[in-house]
Design a protein around this ligand. Structure first.
Ligand code: PAF
Length: 284
């Protein structure tokens, strides 16, 4: 069955008010479209947990710090709507830019600390853009639950903190990263990879798994990172923004996994910025 696409706040409000009156729990899956199986796994998780599910599709200009990146971001709304048909999604919330940010819009939501590192350090303003739009999406959809992928682990932690700090009343549910058969983490940005680059892209995850094996054997990060960077360079990842082990909860830098930790990477392959992260078991 085709999924209604809502573009007007009043129509969305009427719909969610009816659901809330009926005592139904609302789940939201925020996306920027170009839906892949990773997004669809979030939708499936939302269907399990909530009575009503809204998928939002909005390419949020406030979170792009590079105008070309915003211009090139894949936009595939019709196809996205078709992909959602088989999930029994109740609505797609796809507002136009000036509905989300009307003239004179001047509010910024900023989460301190967690956003100073990793992608926050390389993409100034990115997480303010995410926090601002997610706050609006949570309010607009009157959600009880929101589903985010661990692929963007820093974003997941930022949104959890945001929902708690601002008493938004939304339970933020993290869902595992979905990977292609060759290990590449699914991402809408993968569509931007040339055929040649796509073949090399899984090397990022492989190198991360090699570091994970080193950590499991008791070797510290300063010993493991230099050969990993060389391996990435060989695979044409010419710029690595970060390759770091950090605490899951605080995102503080670690040399070895003495507390729940994740290994984070961001690197450019043929002009496309790929990010990934993996869980690292606690040792010692
Ligand atoms: O992860 C994304 O696609 C975006 O950052 C989000 C959460 C939809 C906010 O625009």
């Amino acid at each position: 069955m085709s999924v209604p696409i809502i573009r007007e706040p009043a129509a969305l409000r009427a719909m969610t008010a009816g659901w809330r009156r009926a005592g139904e729990a609302i789940g939201v899956v925020p996306t920027m479209g170009a839906l892949h199986d990773g997004h669809l796994s979030l939708v499936a998780a939302a269907k399990q947990r909530a009575d009503r599910v809204i998928v939002t599709i909005f390419v949020n200009p406030k979170q792009f710090n590079n105008p070309d990146d915003l211009k090139n971001y894949p936009r595939t709304e019709e196809e996205d709507a078709r992909k959602l048909e088989r999930f029994g999604v109740d609505a797609i919330w796809a507002p136009e830019g000036d509905i989300m940010y009307p003239p004179g819009f001047s509010t910024n939501v900023s989460v301190a600390g967690l956003t100073d590192v990793l992608c926050g350090a390389y993409r100034p303003g990115h997480f303010d853009g995410v926090a601002t739009v997610v706050t609006k999406l949570f309010r607009q959809t009157a959600a009880d639950f929101a589903f985010f992928g661990e692929k963007d682990f820093q974003q997941l932690q930022v949104v959890r903190r945001l929902s708690r700090d601002l008493d938004l009343g939304v339970e933020v549910v993290g869902c595992p990263t979905i990977r292609e058969i060759d290990g590449l983490a699914m991402s809408s940005r993968n569509l931007l990879l040339s055929d040649r680059a796509r073949v090399k892209a899984p090397r990022l995850h492989e190198v991360m798994e090699e570091i994970a094996a080193g950590l499991a054997a008791g070797r510290p990060m300063p010993e493991l990172v230099p050969p990993a960077l060389l391996a990435l360079e060989k695979a044409d990842f010419l710029k690595v923004d970060y390759l770091e082990l950090r605490s899951c909860n605080t995102l503080a830098l670690l040399e070895s996994p003495r507390e729940p930790a994740r290994l984070f990477a961001a690197a450019y392959l043929a002009g496309v910025r790929l990010i990934d992260n993996i869980d690292i078991p606690v040792r010692g």
